[in-house]
Write a protein that binds this ligand. Structure first.
Ligand code: NAP
Length: 247
């Protein structure tokens, strides 16, 4: 997979799947910028690990909800590196609860962090990608956005929204050679899933034909493929990385 010298941005790249995506792209030769919300130490560590692979790295403390900040981050990357070739919208949170118990804040937090952020960064990336006559946007959804999940109505709505947004974006920007695709992970081992109870985890494993949780690297390999020119005829697609869970 050749992403050598491509300039990439991964939102929420300080931990979990985002960190794995950032390091995978770096190992394949891309320069990688990351954003994060709070974890400065973790973000600095990722920058160090990216630089150790011999490519360039940048980190921005940027709440993905902040529309103006998205423009600033992408302008700075283009100013320093000359272009933005691939954007990975990965930043995301959960605030799980049954609908009867879910408050307005939990709904708003999840919808803005997971879905509005995708609009913020995709919109900010569009002009630079148009100027460069191409680009690849990869949005991290979830199988829950395809199948729904009790206790995750806010999260599922945000992740389903990402799929609708991505297909619309792909149709609007295809003539400019900008591709947009979705990666929908199943149950992947990160701090996000550490919060799940043993009972829930056992059910998830039983419902996964491959019978095990996924590793972050199994998601990042697919993201790297979509960022590379090997996927040049793929746009508006949703690729599940879920061990068969939503089949
Ligand atoms: P994680 O371990 O909790 O990491 C989340 C990352 O997002 C962190 O880098 C965090 O930054 C960042 N982030 C959170 N809120 C942010 C905000 N407002 N602005 C900027 N960055 C923010 O989560 P994960 O498991 O790696 O999940 C990554 C993505 O994959 C999410 O979109 C998630 O919905 C999706 N996903 C995960 C799974 C799974 O099983 N893990 C399954 C399907 C989909 P800080 O370090 O600064 O907090």
């Amino acid at each position: 997979m050749n992403v050598k010298a491509k300039n990439c941005l991964v939102t929420g790249g300080s931990r979990g799947i985002g960190k794995s995506i950032a390091l995978t792209l770096a190992r394949l030769g891309a320069n990688v910028a990351i954003t994060y919300a709070r974890s400065s130490d973790a973000a600095n560590q990722v920058v160090k690990e990216i630089e150790e692979t011999g490519v360039k790295a940048l980190a921005f403390q940027a709440d993905a909800v902040d529309f103006k900040k998205a423009e600033e981050v992408i302008s700075e990357i283009v100013k320093q590196w000359g272009s933005l070739d691939a954007l990975v919208n990965n930043a995301g949170i959960t605030r799980d609860n049954l609908i009867l118990r879910m408050d307005e804040q939990a709904w708003d937090d999840v919808l803005t962090t997971n879905l509005k952020s995708v609009f913020n960064y995709s919109k900010a990336a569009t002009k630079p990608m148009m100027r460069a006559r191409g680009g690849s946007i990869i949005n991290i959804s979830s199988v829950v956005g395809i199948s729904g999940n009790a206790g995750q109505s806010n999260y599922a709505a945000s992740k389903a929204g990402i799929i609708g947004f991505t297909k619309s974006y792909a149709k609007e920007l295809a003539s400019r050679n900008i591709r947009a695709n979705v990666v929908a992970p199943g149950y992947i081992l990160t701090e996000m899933t550490e919060q799940l109870s043993e009972k829930v985890l056992d059910t998830i494993k039983k419902e996964t034909p491959l019978g095990r949780p996924g590793e972050p690297a199994e998601v990042s390999n697919v993201v790297a493929f979509l960022a590379s020119d090997l996927s040049s005829y793929i746009t508006g697609e949703v690729i599940r990385v879920d061990g068969g869970m939503a089949m």
